[in-house]
Design a protein around this ligand. Structure first.
Ligand code: ATP
Length: 247
């Protein structure tokens, strides 16, 4: 579905992506993990058309999209949930969801929009209870759910999620990730960027590890979870801790 080949992106003289290749299969969950400053956000922003591409290719369903403006990328069915849950704080939860559907709404398919809102409420029941509340008054977890729900209203085919679990309590992290796991069954393929590597690899099919603007390791998520290098750098030494506790 998404095929990125030898992608280079720079901020002036700072080269943030140094030849990244990555692919996402339709109906699967891909995740990209890596430390601070590895280039994960830069990659998502380049795919979304928010940053210019210096070199390399980005193909979506066989079409070249590198260098396309962000509106064109959205029209093709790629939506981005940026880090920081950028909802419209002064609008209600319901109005935030309606804004997410503005393209459908413009064509006055109101019945469908309402059905989509109901589907979001099934996914995140708390949003139904909070639908009249201003988005700015929601808790962090609820805001993240709304940010995902709002983007889902546009019925994206590919959804780029930038650290959806950041700053959330473990229970909420699990809830958000469980929902992301349901997306392929609903016609949306997620590409997930996470610092919470263990949680992300547990729900993903395929994982990529990024360091210093390059993919340094990739493979089935299950293999990465067991990989000694990944365990040491990103998962902590849980195995050792456990054996110490036992002795
Ligand atoms: P984090 O998890 O901390 O968000 P990341 O993996 O998403 O990290 P990026 O935000 O993509 O990393 O940053 C990659 C590199 O590009 C870093 O060295 C960062 O300092 C640099 N960078 C990011 N944004 C800019 C910018 N607007 N101007 C200059 N350099 C930038």
């Amino acid at each position: 579905m998404l095929e990125i080949t030898d992608l280079h992106v720079a901020y002036g003289a700072i080269e943030a992506l140094k030849g990244v290749s990555l692919s996402v299969k339709e109906g699967s969950i891909a995740c990209l993990i890596g430390g601070n400053g590895a280039g994960k956000t830069t990659l998502l922003r380049a795919v979304s058309g928010l940053l210019p591409v210096r070199e390399g290719r980005i193909q979506f369903e066989g079409r070249d999209i590198a260098g396309q403006p962000a509106e064109a990328v959205v029209r093709l069915g790629i939506c981005h949930v940026p880090e920081g849950r950028q909802n419209f704080a002064g609008l209600s939860v319901r109005d935030n969801l309606l804004l997410g559907a503005y393209r459908l709404y413009r064509r006055s398919r109101r019945g469908e929009v309402e059905a989509d809102i109901q589907r979001i409420f099934q996914l995140f029941p708390i949003l139904e209870r909070r639908q009249r509340q201003l988005a700015g008054t929601l808790s962090g977890g609820e805001q993240q759910m709304l940010a995902i729900g709002r983007v889902l209203m546009a019925r994206p085919r590919l959804m780029l999620l930038d650290e959806p679990s950041v700053g959330l309590a473990p229970l909420l992290v699990r809830e958000i990730l469980r929902t992301i796991q349901q997306l392929p069954g609903r016609g949306t393929t997620p590409l997930l960027v996470e610092q919470n590597a263990r949680a992300a690899l547990r729900i993903a099919d395929h994982g990529y590890v990024m360091e210093g603007g390059r993919i340094v390791l990739q493979g089935p998520a299950r293999d990465l979870l067991a990989d000694e290098r990944v365990r040491r750098a990103y998962l902590g030494r849980r195995g050792e801790g456990e054996s110490k506790t036992r002795t």
